[in-house]
Ligand binder design. Structure first.
Ligand code: NDP
Length: 349
């Protein structure tokens, strides 16, 4: 266990990129609670007050939080922001509800943005960068094989047919990061967090895709759910994972899957109904046969994204995160139930 109170670790602020993001706000909260000061980067500085307000609702004092403007697609400001810092946590990356026509709309900010942040960190002799990747950079390493459990040794092959631009963007960004630290002399240490589908309480109405999916389900957008199942995790555990990966010496050079159990899309709707029984007729009422999904996907672009998932059940191993980072992980009931309760409290469902 690292000594989390060592004053020397707290002598400079931690830089967290994409401070307006769902995961980033929880990472910032975790750092502030542990006595670190934080500089959160924003591509839209007008979001600063809203981010502070959201953290305030969590009961986190924000006196040690400041903001700086920086865009993943521009070189400006990154050098000044990371100068003299010990740690950088890079969470910013586009995660849209709908896949763009042009894959580069996601791949460029993900990969080039990661390299921009790493280059600045390298120039500033930052000790360690923690990167937010995803289980999507793990789970498409090989042909689907029932019963296979994916681990950190698996790396998605981004050239496989049928992968979405989002999967490609996360995989290419993570590969670029590992290649960077391997090939640069005196590169920062790198630790990577690979979360599954992240749920947990929403803090405000700036919804990430995780919560937007739930809002759409609760609004009656999907009368039926395609039969897909995927690994899940809770944002509070994802935040703890980032901070532990930043602090623990043995986390350097490793990637960590954060996932606890899986959920069917249909079950997300049922958990919303369990929290909000008045939404019974709006949540998906049955699971769609795969043949119907394939037929509808000819017309509906959103459905095309999930075609490769039909008939699969991918699972991930979380042993490394539990052993090396000391995490105790919340399961799908708590992750999805707390998300539904928060969306209801915010009057968004
Ligand atoms: P959000 O959409 O809530 O946050 C994304 C953040 O990235 C926002 O702060 C956004 O800024 C920022 N961003 C996007 N494009 C740019 C850009 N060009 N320049 C600067 N900042 C940019 O998503 P999450 O918090 O859910 O996701 C955060 C990270 O976690 C992403 O890397 C995502 O891929 C990863 N992840 C998420 C999972 C999930 O289920 N939520 C699962 C696994 C991984 P702005 O507010 O201005 O749009």
């Amino acid at each position: 266990m690292p000594d989390l109170n060592t004053a020397v670790l707290k002598d400079t602020p931690v830089v967290v990129t994409g401070a307006s993001g769902f995961i980033a706000k929880y990472v910032i909260a975790e750092l502030l609670k542990r006595g670190f000061s934080v500089i959160g980067t924003l591509r839209n500085p007008a979001k600063a007050d809203a981010v502070s307000g959201s953290l305030h609702t969590l009961g986190v004092p924000v006196a040690n939080l400041s903001f700086a403007a920086a865009d993943l697609m521009r070189d400006d400001h990154w050098d000044e922001i990371v100068a003299g810092k010990r740690y950088v946590i890079h969470t910013a990356s586009p995660f849209p509800v709908q896949q763009p026509d042009n894959a580069d709309d996601l791949i460029a900010p993900a990969r080039e943005g990661t390299l921009r942040v790493l280059l600045a960190a390298h120039r500033a002799s930052v000790k360690r960068v923690v990167l937010t990747s995803s289980t999507v950079a793990v789970m498409y390493a090989r042909d689907y094989q029932p019963g296979y459990i994916f681990s950190e040794d698996d790396f998605t092959d981004e050239t496989r047919p049928g992968l979405t631009p989002y999967i490609q963007s996360k995989t290419l960004a993570e590969k670029a990061a590992w290649n960077f630290v391997k090939t640069k002399i005196a590169a920062p240490e790198l630790a990577v967090i690979n979360p599954a589908f992240v749920q947990g309480p929403a803090l405000d109405d700036d919804l990430s895709t995780s919560h937007e999916l739930m809002r759409l389900m609760a609004a009656g957008t999907y009368p039926a759910a395609p039969k897909v199942i995927f690994p899940v995790c809770d944002v509070r555990d994802v935040a703890a994972a980032h901070v532990e990966a930043m602090l623990r010496p043995e986390a350097a050079g490793q990637r960590f899957i954060v996932a606890e159990g899986e959920t069917r899309l249909y079950d997300i709707g049922q958990r919303i109904v369990a929290e909000c029984p008045d939404l019974k007729t709006r949540a998906p009422r049955f699971e769609m046969p795969d043949t119907a999904v394939r037929a509808l996907a000819v017309f509906d672009k959103r459905l095309r994204t999930i075609l490769p998932e039909l008939g699969t059940h991918r699972t991930c191993c979380n042993v490394r995160a539990r052993k090396v980072l000391g995490l105790k992980l919340r399961g799908p009931d708590e992750a999805i139930g707390s998300a539904a309760r928060s969306l209801r409290a915010l009057k968004l469902i």
